[in-house]
Write a protein that binds this ligand. Structure first.
Ligand code: DGJ
Length: 728
């Protein structure tokens, strides 16, 4: 078993292949954290938790017969508020008497094979052979509220997942005010906080900053992560690089407001929390009710950020994504959005599909504008009936014609939204999120539907089902284009309005689950004005996600590098777009746009009928390359060789799991005269010899990794090239 209870020291020991996680039951039944990091021996590590009570400003516990022990100093396994620990609290419950003093003490535990699901929420899954689970059952001694801490250890990966369950077995309702998914106390503070910051069209920019003696929060209050932050953070050492050093990743499987808080206290110890953002959150837990947090996924790597990312990639690809598409080759798609915006008709869609089908593209996706009176972004959102006039006939006719070309067909929805100028809003103004007496903010001219309401979800499922049942829809792009404001629900009583943010997310999960139940073969692609909701929870439903509306190849590089910190290539929507691109007015070579887009789930976002013959030939080549390199890219291991922010070039490579094949991509972002360009490869087998397909040259794996390669001299910005290596 990867989880053991050590009777002598009353310790819980969790072992992944290269890491150990230890905590123990202390006098007074406190749960005290001892260690998380590279594998340690069977020693008693409780000495690491000794802090020593320095003076009267650190209160004692009456349940511990040792004046040196203080909850304000001890490393807590799951910290609580108002019972002597002044650092950030994982748990804060306001009891029936109105107090928010919360405490947590060990009662019992169980260890078993496999992994339980979290009811009505997305989470990683595992068989009895893949994982073991520990449940630590605790109580708040004063109120009898029951708190269970769940830990799952993946036996073959350096992954530990955590979530928390609270049951109100008391005689009156209580209010959850803070309830994190995980809490980690570290003995020192010599870390850097790495997080993914951004804005629209600049998602997932890697930020790395020193911890100081304060609380640093990475969070969202928008109702979803948004473009500004992603629910992923890592603590790394100052010396940690792509290839070496410690990295503790924490990723939250949640599509709503999240917060990661990191505190360095007066004794230079560190506490890190990850979970639902306490700001804007509250939950009334009635007698007998249960609450589950989302799942936090912790990855430890002692081999740098690269190894941490590869662990996430494999886990999310195999143990989070579901359904027939999770590992299957996705069809190369063409989407008409950047080609036409709202100005198209059925004939235009067909002409794009017809040309695309000749070049090897496998699916036509009709984006926004096919329904209601949706000819601009002011009208029609919510009216999910086909505009047959615009499509020159029934949807089925168009879909059948496109299938007749040998292509699949996909369609765009933005289910959670409504335009004020729509039939839906006119009929059901109360179906929107709103706060009585306040003007509702618009964003992109739209309001947000109240997804916490079952009648709203039923309506949406019904609308989507009518479209789905009318013809063969193979794919849906599920968009979401604005944040939540004036967050109130017409159906909930005053004391439950604080639940709306979280209920919205649970409602979204419910709708997605019901849609996939009904159409199990449907391929979903998530989107929120690009990567605004590119989070692990969405990957549970949609194995691919449109990573950004920014399709300029150079701007895409940092977005894709950053997204790859946590998210696998198989999830990253990446398309070749027109040039100059919509936002950047920069012209990059068609080959380079293809080479950058090949990193993800590949496709096109342009008017293919307007390409030159030469460009069309390149489309054919790129489509063939997608098939040729599918295995190495999507099943392979990613190595970020040269990040796009440090030098004038960027490079990355994928190595197949058997190390027989590798694909290296280099993009010259800015040419420099008289500058030698040089690269060392990674992840190859030192015992194997590899042949460079282009030059025919043969190299030993050790040579490529230790001596490296010199690039050809390029005299033009934005050029790129690939090196395909196969074992001989
Ligand atoms: C935002 C998406 O990111 C775009 O790709 C496109 O689908 C538009 N919405 C359509 O309104």
């Amino acid at each position: 078993m990867s989880i053991r209870f050590l009777q002598e020291t009353k310790s819980f020991r969790l072992d992944t292949p290269k890491a150990t996680y230890l905590f123990h039951i202390h006098e007074g039944n406190y749960l005290i954290h001892d260690y998380y990091g590279a594998t340690v021996g069977e020693d008693d590590l409780r000495y690491l938790c000794a802090r020593g009570k320095r003076n009267g400003t650190y209160p004692n516990s009456p349940d511990v017969n040792n004046r040196e022990f203080s909850p304000a100093l001890a490393p807590m396994e799951y910290s609580t508020n108002g019972s002597g620990d002044f650092r950030i609290s994982a748990l804060q419950i306001r009891d029936g008497g109105g107090h928010n003093s919360t405490d947590l003490r060990y009662v019992s535990h169980k260890i078993y094979k496999g992994k339980p699901a979290i009811p009505h929420q997305p989470a990683t899954y595992a068989t009895a052979e893949e994982a073991d689970t520990l449940e630590v059952f605790c109580k708040d001694p004063a109120t009898d509220i029951e708190i269970t801490l769940f830990y799952t250890v993946f036996r073959k990966a350096d992954v530990i997942t955590r979530h928390t369950m609270v049951v109100n077995n008391t005689a009156c309702a209580v209010d959850l005010e803070r309830i994190a998914s995980t809490c980690l106390d570290f003995v020192d503070a010599d870390y850097r906080l790495l997080h993914l910051d951004g804005s629209w069209s600049r998602e997932c920019t890697v930020e790395r900053e020193a911890l100081t003696r304060c609380i640093k929060t990475v969070s969202s209050k928008r109702g979803y992560a948004g473009h500004q932050h992603n629910p992923f953070v890592a603590l790394v050492r100052s010396e940690t690089t792509e290839d070496q050093g410690e990295a503790y990743g924490i990723s939250l499987i949640y599509s709503g407001n999240f917060a990661s808080e990191t505190q360095v206290d007066a004794f230079y110890t560190t506490r890190m929390l990850m979970g639902i953002n306490p700001e804007g959150f509250g939950w009334r837990l009635d007698v007998g009710e249960t609450f589950y947090t989302p799942e936090a996924v912790m990855v430890y790597s002692n081999e740098g950020l690269g190894e941490m990312s590869r662990t996430y990639h494999k886990l999310y690809r195999h143990n989070l994504c579901r359904g027939p598409w999770k590992t299957k080759k996705r069809p190369i798609l063409i989407n008409n959005w950047e080609a036409t915006r709202f100005t198209f008709d059925g004939n235009k869609i067909y002409s794009i599909a017809e040309e695309a089908s000749k070049l090897g593209i496998e699916m036509m996706v009709m984006d926004d504008g096919w329904f209601g009176t949706r000819d601009d972004d002011k009208h029609g959102l919510g009216d999910w009936y086909v505009n047959e006039k615009k499509l020159n006939g029934p949807l089925k006719d168009l879909v059948d014609r496109i299938h007749g070309l040998g292509m699949k067909f996909g369609i765009w929805f933005e289910p959670e939204m409504v335009n004020p100028l729509s039939d839906l809003y006119e009929a059901h103004p109360d179906w929107c999120l709103k706060v009585d007496g306040r003007t509702m903010s618009t964003s992109r001219n739209q309001y947000v539907l109240d997804m916490s309401r079952e009648d709203v979800r039923d309506y949406l499922l019904d609308c989507m089902a009518k479209i789905m049942d009318s013809c063969q829809i193979d794919y849906i792009k599920w968009d979401f284009n604005r944040p939540l404001t004036e967050v109130g629900s017409a159906l909930l009583p005053a004391e439950r309005q604080k639940e709306v943010f979280h209920r919205f997310v649970l409602g979204l999960y419910d709708l997605l689950e019901r849609l996939l139940d009904r159409y199990p073969n449907l391929l979903l692609e998530g989107c929120a004005s690009g990567g605004g909701r590119y989070d692990p929870a969405m990957l549970y439903y949609s194995p691919q996600y449109w990573a950004s509306d920014e399709t300029d190849a150079m701007e895409r590089l940092p977005i894709q590098f950053g997204s790859s910190m946590c998210y696998p290539a198989s999830s990253m929507g990446a398309h070749v777009s027109r040039c100059p691109s919509h936002h950047m007015k920069r012209t990059t070579p068609f080959e380079t746009r293809g080479n950058v887009a090949l990193w993800g789930t590949f496709g096109y976002e342009l008017d293919i009928t307007k390409l030159t013959d030469e460009e069309k030939e390149l489309v054919k080549v790129q489509c063939e390359e997608y098939h040729k390199y599918f295995n190495v890219i999507h099943n392979g291991d990613l190595y970020r060789l040269i990040p796009p922010y440090t030098r004038e070039e960027a490079a990355w490579m994928f190595v197949s799991p058997d190390k027989k094949e590798a694909l290296v991509t280099v993009v010259v972002m800015m040419t420099k005269l008289h500058r030698n360009r040089y690269i060392k490869l990674r992840g190859l087998d030192p015992k194997k010899n590899y042949k460079d397909e282009e030059t025919g040259k043969i190299y030993n794996g050790k040579t490529l990794m230790n001596a490296g390669l010199i690039f050809p001299e390029y005299r033009e910005d934005f050029t790129s090239f690939k090196i395909h290596l196969t074992e001989i």
